[in-house]
Design a protein around this ligand. Structure first.
Ligand code: ZN
Ligand code: ZN
Length: 254
């Protein structure tokens, strides 16, 4: 059993609809022993000053929740940092703020949101290429614990366009830099074609020697929480999957 959700947004994220404490209660109901909040920091659209205000309140709330529920569940103050390689000064400032887990994500290409489908429909090949270039730059920068929704570009362009060699290059850097691969189950609900990344990419990661894998639901509303996580865990059929999260900051075992 995989009793963890490593990618969860509460109302501390601009698009999260459920309060942090309600998510903890939900996690307890489902028997989880580990929960990582990964609130958004999208400096492409969000000011760093706004983030600092949120960060303080978020930090206090996670401390309060750990005091209250910490005997039953470990609650981690985490962050989903978009394009950290483009905001290195801010990334290093954030690193000092006591986050237990930081995932890196590519949310924007040329200022257009992948998730909100702002990409131009007649340039799919271009965006797919740019997406993986950005991902390569991001992992080359390093410092993050895990890569969020690896082939999320599928959501933005509605297709799975990639070159195996570019994916392989990204995985090799991740393995060398000790960055985990997240299996993000939101791909199942958002594309109907399997998690981010799809299985073939995950298998390539494993073939190249990748061992650090986390699973997260990318929860924004209550019904997303822990959705497909256990099934995904069972489908992966691997011996070395880390149940929980592999973090440069906190290593948590079940
Ligand atoms: Zn994301
Ligand atoms: Zn997310």
């Amino acid at each position: 059993m995989y009793r963890a959700d490593t990618h969860v947004h509460s109302t501390f994220s601009f698009d999260g609809k459920v309060k942090a404490e309600d998510l903890v209660l939900l996690a307890l109901q489902k028997g989880l022993t580990f929960l990582s909040f990964t609130e958004h920091l999208d400096l492409c659209t969000q000011s760093f000053d706004d983030f600092l205000t949120m960060e303080r309140a978020f930090s206090e709330e996670v401390s309060r929740l750990n005091l209250r529920y910490g005997d039953r569940i470990q609650i981690v103050k985490g962050l989903e940092f978009a394009e950290p390689h483009r905001y290195q000064k801010e990334f290093f400032a954030v690193e000092k703020m006591g986050f237990g887990y930081i995932i890196g994500a590519i949310h924007f290409i040329d200022g257009r949101s992948v998730a909100l489908k702002q990409l131009l429909p007649d340039q799919k090949t271009y965006y797919a290429k740019r997406y993986y270039q950005e991902l390569f730059s991001m992992v080359s920068f390093g410092h993050m614990d895990s890569v969020a929704h690896f082939d999320h570009i599928r959501r933005g362009i509605g297709e799975d366009l990639y070159q195996a060699s570019e994916i392989e290059d990204i995985f090799k850097v991740m393995i060398r830099k000790d960055i985990a691969l997240e299996i993000n189950t939101s791909g199942i609900r958002r594309t109907k074609e399997g998690p981010f990344p799809k299985e073939e990419k995950y298998l390539l990661y494993r073939k190249l020697g990748g061992k650090k894998v986390t699973i997260g639901s990318d929860t924004h509303i209550e019904s997303n929480f822990y959705q497909f996580v256990e099934e995904t865990y069972q489908n992966l059929v691997v011996e070395n999957l880390i149940p929980g999260v592999f973090s440069k900051r906190t290593f948590v075992k079940r």
